[in-house]
Design a protein around this ligand. Structure first.
Ligand SMILES: C[C@@](CO)(OP(=O)(O)O)[C@H](O)COP(=O)(O)OP(=O)(O)OC[C@H]1O[C@@H](n2ccc(N)nc2=O)[C@H](O)[C@@H]1O
Ligand SMILES: Nc1ncnc2c1ncn2[C@@H]1O[C@H](COP(=O)(O)OP(=O)(O)O)[C@@H](O)[C@H]1O
Length: 321
């Protein structure tokens, strides 16, 4: 009898920015307690998984040469983690993973985490697993602090390492311009730099997340713009002083406010509306302060099968200025 090979499955997965990121002290396990407000953006990666006799990972698109294709790739780690969780042979799962990247690598926008989350959703469909998103989130959290958020998307409050999530009401759509830097920044290095800055002095800390949550419910970008805050920004700027210029340039170009996204170095600029975002992007692209500029909006849903019942729409446009 012929074995039926299931067709490949493609999942689209959002990037994230941190609208608010409050970093606590270093814990004994090497992580920091966080209070963060994530928003998922329309800048996406796409991940395709297929049954194969030639297992492995292929990477195309943004930063493809700096993404590992071996066992260190977060998508491959997701394949192994899910195989182990459901009791399949994890030594050599017969799966090929193709990543089409739009999210900058080591950019503070959780691209690797997004690929891991997308792989979990895609494999669940490929292997026809009866496994819900909440159960997948348990597997996701072991792969990285930001992986569960990429499963759910939307806007959410993250606590613990960032993996404990509660949805946050966000009215309307917010419009963003993203400035990609020439090179990435290592997340552990940026956390380490913050610890060093805190040992040497007392860098300012962001306040409570509550006003951010209120501004999101109001849907008013001008209110939200006053409240963007990130404790890791000082550390990212300390390691990459040129980011100061980028942040200034975005506001000079007409953005309401700018912030470093997570551990950076990508800078995210909140704009008054979609038209303003296109104008800010065009001006920032000509300012010579970054490698590439993108326009995006949020919130958008988490990892979704392309063409599945939850994906009635085509891919969101990624406007390149
Ligand atoms: C800073 C943030 C903000 O959302 O995002 P990115 O800028 O990386 O996208 C996250 O906290 C990054 O999450 P993620 O990239 O998943 O980190 P993990 O793989 O879990 O951890 C990588 C390393 O970052 C540091 N880390 C991470 C999370 C946390 N709460 N405290 C930490 O100190 C630790 O040094 C850890 O070894
Ligand atoms: N699928 C993947 N996509 C991007 N980076 C990956 C992936 N798998 C492993 N990595 C490694 O993880 C590091 C962090 O990447 P990424 O998740 O893009 O950034 P950040 O943690 O700043 O959001 C990269 O430097 C890269 O070497």
């Amino acid at each position: 009898m012929l074995a039926v090979v299931p067709p490949p499955v493609t999942v689209r997965v959002p990037s994230k920015i941190n609208l608010h990121l409050s970093v606590g002290d270093l814990r004994s396990d090497g992580f920091h307690d966080l209070v963060t407000v994530f928003q998922a953006l329309s800048l996406v990666d796409e991940v395709t998984v297929a049954v194969t006799d030639d297992p492995g990972v292929e990477v195309y698109g943004e930063g493809q040469d700096s993404v590992p294709t071996g066992a260190n790739n977060l998508a491959w780690r997701a394949v192994q983690a899910l195989a182990a969780y459901v009791g399949r042979d994890e030594s050599e799962p017969k799966v090929r993973v193709v990543l089409r990247k739009g999210i900058p690598v080591a950019g503070g926008m959780a691209g690797g985490s997004a690929d891991a989350a997308a792989t979990l959703v895609a494999l669940s469909a490929l292997w026809r697993l009866d496994i819900g998103r909440d159960e997948l989130a348990g597997v996701a959290a072991k792969l990285g602090s930001d992986v569960p958020f990429a499963l759910y998307g939307g806007t959410a409050l993250g606590t613990g390492r960032g993996e404990q999530l509660v949805p946050v009401l966000s009215r309307h759509t917010f419009h963003w311009v993203l400035a990609f830097d020439q090179r990435g920044l290592s997340t552990p290095r940026v956390y380490g730099e913050l610890d060093r800055l805190r040992e040497a002095g007392d860098p300012p800390r962001v306040g409570s997340h509550a006003p951010v949550v209120e501004a999101l419910a109001s849907g008013d970008p001008r209110q939200l713009a006053l409240l963007l805050g990130n404790d890791l920004q000082a550390a990212a700027v300390s390691l990459r002083p040129g980011l100061r210029r980028t942040l200034r340039a975005g506001v000079n170009a007409g953005a309401l406010a700018g912030t470093v996204s997570g551990s950076g170095p990508t800078c995210a600029f909140l704009c008054a509306d979609a038209q303003s975002a296109v104008e800010v992007a065009a001006e920032l692209a000509g300012a010579g302060v970054c490698r590439t500029v993108r326009v995006a909006h949020g919130p958008v849903p988490g990892a979704r099968v392309v063409g599945g019942e939850n994906d009635p729409r085509p891919a969101p446009p990624q406007v390149h200025a």
